[in-house]
Write a protein of this length. Structure first.
Length: 249
């Protein structure tokens, strides 16, 4: 707890979370524990009197609280010699519903109102922490689909003979381990390979497609294409066609 004298009628006290921890006090206890809050305030006034001779002698006090950080509060304590001056100042003071979000000082008259002051600071900090958590959760939710949903590109290749398919599998030599199925197309008596990216990197998948293009003809393929093939064509090898055909080479 750091206390500074600004002038004969005014002091500044900086209160941090470490100060509260040393006294085994939580900010929430100050907000809702009248006795602890008054004791802390009285300790500040005693220390101010010992260091600077700051004695309010039951005179009205004005306390301004400025949250300078999530765990640090500056209290400006001013002796008001003329009570009418205090009334004049507070006649213009009307806290708004969003005052906890601003850094403007919160003003109160008298030592007994220190409880309300700490309570407003505590509620403002709690509100700020809740907003931060909500914003973080919203950001995580927005990013989750892009992060969690894997990309699965699909390519298809048409071969004139089964030997061409086997040769392409031999050329890959088990380099590709993802999902791929081989269909026989009638009445053309041709073969169609459907290849899924299956978590393969874009660079590797492009390399694999280039190798297959040397043996078969790459065709445009839509999302419903494979479902149509499965319904109207003969499935020769499902899901692991290249891996199984490589064993025959």
């Amino acid at each position: 707890m750091k206390i500074e004298k600004l002038n004969d009628n005014q002091i500044r006290c900086t209160l941090t979370s470490a100060d509260l921890a040393n006294r085994k006090i939580k900010l929430s206890e100050l907000a809702y524990g009248t006795e602890k809050a008054r004791n802390l305030f009285q300790d500040m006034m005693v220390e101010a009197n010992e260091q600077f001779g700051f004695n309010y002698d039951n005179a009205p006090l004005m306390v301004e609280a400025i949250p300078v950080a999530p765990d640090s509060i500056v209290l400006i304590i001013t002796k008001v010699d003329d009570p009418q001056e205090l009334d004049t100042r507070f006649s213009k003071f009307a806290p708004s519903s969003d005052e906890g979000d601003s850094q403007a000082p919160v003003q109160y008259s008298g030592a007994d109102d220190i409880i309300d002051l700490f309570q407003k600071i505590y509620e403002a900090r709690t509100k700020a922490e809740q907003k931060k958590k909500a914003a973080s959760a919203e950001k995580d939710t927005a990013e989750a689909p892009a992060k969690d949903a894997p990309v699965d590109l699909v390519r298809t290749f048409r071969f004139h003979s089964l030997d061409e398919v086997i040769s392409s599998a031999n050329a890959l030599n088990h380099y590709f381990s993802g999902k791929n199925s081989l269909y026989k197309i009638e009445p053309q008596n041709e073969y169609q390979l459907v290849l899924h990216q299956s978590g393969c990197s874009p660079e590797d998948f492009n390399k694999i497609c280039n190798i297959l293009s040397e043996y078969g003809q790459q065709k445009a393929f839509s999302g419903i294409g494979e479902a149509y093939l499965a319904e109207h064509s003969e499935v020769l090898v499902r899901d692991t066609a290249l891996q199984q055909l490589a064993e025959l080479a």
